[in-house]
Structure formats: structure tokens, C-alpha cells
Write a protein that binds this ligand. Sequence first.
Ligand code: ARG
Length: 461
Amino acid sequence: MTLWGGRFDEPTDADLRALNDSLGFDRRMWREDIAGSRAYAAAIAAAGVFSGADLETILDGLTRIEAEFEQGHFQFAPGDEDIHTAVERRLIELVGAVGGRLHTGRSRNDQVATDFRLWVMQALRQVDALLHGLQAALVVAATPHTATLMPGYTHMQPAQPVTVAHWLLSYFWMLRRDRERLHDAHRRTAISPLGSGALAGTPFPVDRAALAQALHFAGSSENSLDAVSDRDFAAEFLFVLALLGTHLSRLAEDVILFSNPAFGFITLDDRYSTGSSLMPQKRNPDPMELARGKAGRLIGHLTGLLTTLKGLPTGYNKDLQEDKEPVFDAFDTVQRLLPVLTAVVRTLKLNPDRLQAALVDEMLATDLADYLVKKGLPFREAHHVVGSAVRLAQTEQIAFRRLPPARLRALSPLFADDVAQVFDFAASVDQRRAPGGTAPAAVRQQLAQAEAYLQTSAPIR
Ligand code: ARG
């Protein structure tokens, strides 16, 4: 028996049931459904819809249902269409007809919107906590390397030397913005739709503000039509996770490249590498490739939901049932990914010799141009002169730093014997000490800022 069978002569076709039912995935909202029902029961009892004794009976029934779920022996019945109908059906079984009063003035439309918001709120909290952990791992990994040099790249071509801590911390700040977005999304998700009914509101004098408060929402919705059909919060959740996935994918790509033997900058811990079934020498960065791959899946979920939403007419439409699977899967994906990435970062082994060997003289070409600028040459001309010097070194197969001063002076009379000082990677890095730069002094400041953020950043409520 369904909860809405009254106006039908025939039962729903089995194939339609298989298509229509959402119990298979929305059962994971059982906690939220029971919490919402508890608060709603109290609110309509306070509104005079039923007696205090009936309220006690209903609350007692809900507590028993909660225990059944917790102990893993809640029995779903063949007629259960979704988690909302399952809980209500069981309530009536347990407490009798009085259980049928719970749904007074409530619709599954405001109920599902409430449950789903509550579910997303706790998911936002969990992702935020996991990101805090990854940020902490980045800080730990960066701390010993504020003066360790590595090549910095643009266009994936050697560009200028940077410090390893600077590279690692670049991801810290991406994650800080992701966390800010989680907090911000939470603010808009924490709005209670309860009391919106199916679409038009409720005729019973429920105290919607008290209801919202009882469920730890920050406020309640202003418009019942909007409240039952708004899935902005789900789309925002998916966007924040898609962008987070994009950041993790970039970190993954760096680790994949830098652990390639051609670079050899880092070695992944044995526990976080995999072998090949055929090639005995292989050491594959599978976790990082999965991180890169999962980003596609996360972006797909966002695109999918936005496409579902874009054509919907006013009010609730069953299309909205498509909101949950992408949100659940995005959460599960990120929840599986983050602990592994955090461990990879925590156990990352740097190979200082390989980092040092990858620093090529040409990465100091900008410093050489700056040298001429300090001697009075306009930068554009200095750029040209140094470009000629790079070409000269290459055609004559001389190391850039070994170009004889006389040959340099032929390109510009401003080159003096002190030019040798330019060819010092550490000195190059050391000069970039303006805040946000890669000099060890600036990076130590950056680390302190990162640590301060970790100390002060509050979890989501
Ligand atoms: N399972 C449904 C969903 O997830 C619950 C709401 C159903 N509402 C309705 N009017 N059929 O959207």
C-alpha cells in the first residue's frame, strides 16, 4: 500500500515503481528525516493540531524507529517509495492511527527539501574538516623547505627558481578559498523550508522560526513556492566540490610530473604508489591519477544538476529527485579522496639532489636582465641583450654562467666583473622578499599566516 493510494483503482506498474522510487539512495537521509519529523511534530502540537499525549506517542515512535536504523534492523517494506514514506509507514505500524497525524500540513515537498538541506549541512561540515587536515599536512610538508630550491615553471618550461615551501603553500591558499566557499554555501543552505507545505504554505499556525531553530537552521524561507523547488544549495555544494576537485587535480598533476623519473623531484611513499602487473620497475602514482580523474566526475555532477534545473516550471517537479545522487556521489568521492591526498602530502619524500640538478642557468636570465636594469639600461633593452646572450651560449655550447665577460661586454658595455654574482640561485630567490614572493624570508611569513589561519579558522558551526 502506498501512502497516496486513495484516488487510484490500480496499483502502480512495477516498472514505474523501479523508475520512480528513490528509497535506494535517499535512505541515507534517515537521520535527517527523523530529526525533521520530531521538530515538525512538536511544532504542530504547539499549534494545537494534536494533544500533548499524541505528541509523546509520536516522539516515542520516532525514537524507536531511530533505534531500529541505528541498530541496523529497520525493515523496509515493498511499498516504501522513499525514506519519507518508509518512516511514516513504520510510525503508523508502531503507534497506530495517531502516527497518521504527523503529516498534517506537511508535504513530502517541504519535507524532502528540509531533509536534504540538513544532509548537505553536515556534509559541508565534514568536507571542511577534511580540508583543514589537508591544509595542515601542506604546512607540515612545507615547513622544512622554506629555503629548498626547485625550478619554477610557466608553460611547464623552466622559468625561475622558487622555494619548495612556496610551491606547496600555493595549494594551501586555493584550499582556503574552497573552505571559505563551503562556509558561505552553508550560510545559504541553513534555511528551513518546513512549513511550506506542497507549494502554498500551511494553514496551521506553526511557529516556523521555532521549527527552524529546533533543527539548527539559521532562518526560514520567505516564499513557499521557492522553498519547495529551490535546489541552489545543492548546485552550490556541487560547484564548491567541483572547484575543490579542480584544485586537487592540479596538485595531483604536479605530483605526477614531479615523481616521474625524468624529474625525480619527489618520491611517493610505497603505501601510496602502485606497481604494474607486467613491468617490474613501475611505480605508479595511482592515487594522484585518480584525484585528477575524479575532478571530471565532480564537474559532471555539477553540469548534470544545472541541466536538470534549468527548464523546470514553478513549484516542485519530480525532476528534482535527480538532485540527490550527484550530491551523495560528489560527497563520497571527496570523502574518499581527501584522506589519501592528505597522507600523500604528509609522506611526500623530496629528493634535494634532483631538485638542485634541475636548476638550469637560463632560469637566471631575468636576474641578468635586472642586473643591466640596475646599471641603468631600460628593461626592454636589457631583455633583448640577455636574449642574445642566451642564444650565444647555446650556439657556442657554453654554459650560460661560463660566457666570458668579454663576450658579454660585446653585447652590452654595462656588463662588469661583478656579473658573476648574478649566477646564484639562492641569491635570486632571496631577492623576491616582497610579501607573497618566494624568498625564504617571505615564505616564512607566509607559513606564519597559514599557521595562523589554521589556528583561527573555525569549523562550520
Ligand atoms: N522522493 C521525492 C524526492 O526526492 C520526495 C518528494 C516527492 N514529492 C512528490 N510530490 N512526489 O524529490
